[in-house]
Design a protein around this ligand. Structure first.
Ligand SMILES: Nc1ncnc2c1ncn2[C@@H]1O[C@H](COP(=O)(O)OP(=O)(O)OP(=O)(O)O)[C@@H](O)[C@H]1O
Ligand SMILES: [Mg+2]
Length: 271
């Protein structure tokens, strides 16, 4: 176990060591990731868990009276799995991620999440389930009146946590994604890539069991995109199920993973 942890650490340092060196040369480089792994490893049972994280059965979606944009989707996201979600613009990738995040209801079919029928979840159960799901939106959805730090800390504040209990973790997480010098600025002055990294940090701060990322590398240069892909891969290795919506063929070619391909409302799966 210790050997595995050391291996994972060394991979993560390969991904983010330079950021850590750039931002805090006098500090150990791993503490934030150690923290994340500490929490990720605790529910490590999820790797051997048999039931799906999410299961779709004949799911369909239409907006209003419009045409059905997703049709007869039946698939599972297994615990500890990694998949790319791809397909042409307008194919419904973001819509499918919204269904997976339970922020949109299907117009037909069943969605089962962590063993429960999503349509039967009460008002109290839904936020608890959503806290297990981290999402990076295509348009980031950072709150402009909150600093980068406050945006990333928001999921913890919403859970009623005291700032003293998470301050260090948020700062360390921001340093992993190379935003140490942007902690106290507001989103309007961040570049597209910086906003994207802040949104990724916000999705990770709650140590999600399922991470959904909508074009998470769309605003990043290729080298940063590769680093983030490696971070997602390491999170996945520690048990988090990952779904990345992307158009980026180069990115997908860098990592052998299941591909969910949407086309004209239908889903094809390449394992
Ligand atoms: N809120 C909405 N109301 C009505 N139609 C919508 C809404 N959101 C998306 N659509 C339509 O649903 C279809 C799928 O959109 P979606 O954003 O899910 O595609 P996408 O695959 O994520 O596209 P892209 O690659 O450009 O991000 C499109 O035809 C879009 O116009
Ligand atoms: Mg989209």
């Amino acid at each position: 176990m210790l050997q595995l942890l050391a291996h994972v650490r060394s991979l993560l340092v390969n991904c983010f060591g330079q950021f850590a060196l750039d931002s805090k040369p006098d500090k150990p480089q791993y503490s934030a990731l150690d923290c994340l792994f500490h929490i990720q490893r605790a529910p490590g049972i999820q790797v051997v868990q048999k039931s799906s994280v999410i299961k779709f059965e004949n799911v369909g979606l239409r907006y209003g009276m419009g045409p059905e944009i997703l049709r007869d989707l039946s698939f599972e996201i297994a615990p500890g799995s990694f998949q790319f979600l791809t397909g042409p613009s307008g194919a419904g990738k973001s819509s499918l991620l919204r269904l997976l995040f339970l922020s949109l209801n299907p117009t037909r079919g069943l969605i089962n999440v962590f063993g429960k029928d999503a349509s039967s979840l009460g008002r109290e159960a839904l936020p608890a389930i959503r806290r297990s799901i981290g999402i990076v939106f295509q348009d980031f959805r950072l709150l402009d009146h909150l600093t980068t730090f406050e945006n990333v800390a928001l999921p913890l504040r919403v859970r009623g946590k005291e700032e003293a209990s998470y301050r260090k973790d948020v700062i360390e997480l921001l340093s992993w994604v190379g935003l140490s010098d942007r902690i106290n600025v507001f989103p309007p002055v961040l570049s597209g890539g910086e906003k994207q990294r802040a949104a990724i940090a916000r999705a990770l701060i709650n140590q999600p069991k399922l991470l959904l990322a909508d074009e998470p590398t769309g605003n990043l240069d290729p080298s940063l995109a590769r680093r983030l892909l490696r971070l997602f891969a390491e999170l996945n290795r520690s048990g988090t199920s990952v779904v990345i919506a992307t158009h980026d063929l180069d990115l997908m070619d860098q990592f052998q993973a299941r591909r969910l391909v949407l086309n004209e409302g239908r889903l094809q799966i390449y394992d």
